[in-house]
Design a protein around this ligand. Sequence first.
Ligand code: UDP
Length: 338
Amino acid sequence: MIAALRDLGAVLITGGAGYIGSHTAWACLDAGLRVVILDNLSTGVRHAAPPKAVFVEGAVEDRDLVHEVIRTYEVGAVLHFAASTIVEESMVDPDKYHRNNTLNSFRLMEAIASLGGMPFILSSTAAVYAPSPQGRLTESASVDPVSPYGLSKLRAEQLLAGTASVFGFPYLAMRYFNVAGADPLGRTGPSARSATHLLKVAVQAALGLRPTLPIHGRSHDTPDGACVRDYIHVSDLAQAHVHALAHLAGGGASGVVNCGTGRGASVLEVVAALEAELGRALPTTNAAARLGDVAYAVADETKLRQLLPDWTPRYEDLGLIVRSALAWERHMLAHAAI
Ligand code: UDP
C-alpha cells in the first residue's frame, strides 16, 4: 500500500456504482483501502459496485445518512463522483444540474465539514473552461462554461474551495477531460443503459446495437472539421484518484487539476482507431453539431504529473482505450445486461 494511505481508514465513494466511480472503487480496493459506496442508483447500477465494497443506497444530500456512514465505517476521505454528467441534457434541464451537482454537492461538503472535515476529492470537468482556440488548457485558462453542466461543476468547485478553507480540510477538484474505455480486467465498464458518450455509442454501432454512429458536426474549426477531445482511459484516471488521495493524506496542496493525457483526437480519429480494431468500416452518418459542444478541448496535464509524480498512466494509446471499450460492450452483450 502507498505509505500515505496507511492511516486513512475507509474511503467514501459517492457514485461508486457509476462509470468512473466504480473503476475508482476497484482501484482503491486494489490499493488496499477499505471502500464504502454511497449511490442512489439513479444512473448507477448495483452490480457495478465491487462486491468487496460496502454498498449503501442513498442520497449524498442526506446529512444524517452521511454522518452515520462516516461514523460506522470510520471514513477518512471522500471521493465525490455522484453527479449528472451529460452536457446536452444540461442545456434542456439546467435545474437538474444545479440541484444535483451544485446544491447536493454543497450539502455533502457541509456534512463533512460539520464533522471537522477530511480529504475531499471532487469530480469536476473540462467543461468549466471557456471555449478556447486550439491549444492545451492549463488550470489557469479562463473559466466560463458554455453549458449548465460546466457551470454547475464550477460552482461546486468554488463552494468546495470556500468550505475547505473555512473548515481547514484539504481538497482537489479534478477536471476530467474525456473519460473512455473500461477496466482491462473486465470487472466494470460503462454500464448505464443510456449511451451518449462517443466511444460507447461507436462501440454499440460496431456491434450492431444501433444502426449507425452519428458524427456530430463536420465543420468545426479543427484540422478535420470534427470535434477534438482528450481521451483518458478510465482505469488510468481511477489510479490517479488513488495517488490524489495519497497526495492529500500526505499533506499535499489543495486546488484544481486537469486530468487528461495532453493529446487530442478528433471524432474521426476515434472512429479510425475503432475501425482498425474491428478490421472493418463502422456505419456512420453526418449529423448536426450538438448543443453545447465546444470544438476543441485538450488538457495541459503538466500539473497532474507534478502533483502525482508516482502515477504512471498505462493505457494512453487510443487503440487500448478502444479495445477495452469493445471488450466491455461484448461482455455486456454476452450477459444480456444492456
Ligand atoms: N459525438 C459524436 N457522436 C456521438 C456522440 C458524441 O459525434 O454519438 C461527439 C460529440 O459531438 C463530441 C465528442 O464526440 O464532439 C465527444 O462527445 P462525448 O459525449 O463523448 O463527450 P463530451 O465531450 O460531450 O463530454
